[in-house]
Design a protein around this ligand. Structure first.
Ligand code: GLU
Length: 302
């Protein structure tokens, strides 16, 4: 049985890009009679600042139904702690005292690895610290994050649209210095715990997939099927956001556009409907075609 999911961060209202991804995730699961779950990725936003109600209302307005109760990452921290404990106990992590800025600067330094030295690639500063070096750093008051000892291992991942990617995995952070589990760890633990077999999400996360698959392997968890879908960008070529104008269901409703027209417009942006067509979710499902997804992002001009 296929089980898909949509896993938004409840940090703001869903915009058309999020909604298009949600609609595609729903179609991918429902088109094969699969289950569809919604999980709130609120580890960093905190349950207090949640936009969960509004997000769920918008999904319902578009007819994107889900099964079972909504799961919140903020309520699952014991699971992440157990996975972290396993990684630490297996010697697969190390404490890292570097700030983001130090990582950036060290990655750009000549003795860093220029081939892989893109922003954020960890240069290994804390990988070989001795116990006394660690206590010296602790004594300065800095709390360590935990990094995965990935050793630039090459991991191959497969995606229904993006094909095959083999990439070295960086020493990613698995637990932040404030003790909060990092996204990569949480997503892998949650997908397995929820028996998710199909991950459909924006293709900005495709490059992170090797790291997540490595974590699945190390934790003995299954790897789901992946489908990374193109993003929706604003006219400036940047990811769609509030500053781009009417980009949420509420904005569009205020401008007189009902949900069916919005779903039609989302389908039109994929080449699956004509401009101005009104669609409901079941009609979108009939037109859903993985092979017909556009090769690149869509620029939303309103
Ligand atoms: N929470 C992530 C986001 O809102 C999605 C993570 C995922 O689907 O794996 O971009």
């Amino acid at each position: 049985m296929v089980v898909g999911r949509f896993a938004p961060s409840p940090s703001g209202p869903l915009h058309l890009g999020n909604l298009r991804t949600a609609a595609l995730a729903w179609c991918a699961a429902r088109s094969v009679g699969g289950g569809f779950l919604v999980r709130m990725e609120d580890l960093t936003t905190g349950a207090a600042a949640t936009e969960e109600t509004g997000q769920l209302r918008d999904l319902a307005r578009l007819g994107l139904d889900h099964d079972g109760p909504v799961v919140r990452q903020s309520e699952r921290t014991d699971r992440y702690a157990a996975a972290l404990e396993y990684l630490v106990g297996s010697g697969l992590t190390y404490e890292c005292f570097c700030s983001r800025r130090e990582v950036r600067e060290a990655a750009a330094a000549p003795h860093g690895d220029p081939a892989d030295g893109g922003e954020g690639t960890y240069p290994g500063t804390c990988r070989g610290l001795s116990a006394s070096e660690r206590s010296e750093r602790r004594a300065t008051g800095r709390l360590p994050a935990l990094r995965l000892r990935a050793d630039r291992r090459q991991v191959t991942v497969t995606d229904r649209r993006c094909g095959v990617l083999t990439s070295p995995v960086d020493d990613i952070v698995v637990c932040r210095a404030d003790g909060v589990a990092a996204y990569h760890l949480a997503v892998v633990v949650d997908d397995a715990a929820q028996a998710v077999t199909q991950v459909v999400r924006g293709d900005d996360l495709w490059p992170s997939t090797p790291a997540q698959v490595l974590l699945q392997e190390l934790l003995g968890l299954p790897t789901p099927e992946y489908l990374h879908v193109p993003l929706v960008l604003g006219p400036d070529g940047r990811r769609l956001a509030k500053r781009h104008g009417a980009v949420t269901l509420a904005d569009l409703a205020a401008a007189g556009e009902p949900p069916g027209l919005v779903l039609g417009a989302l389908a039109a942006s994929l080449g699956w409907a004509s401009p101005g067509e009104v669609l409901d979710a079941s009609q979108l499902l009939e037109r859903f075609d993985v092979d017909g997804l556009p090769p690149g992002p869509t620029v939303w001009s309103g």
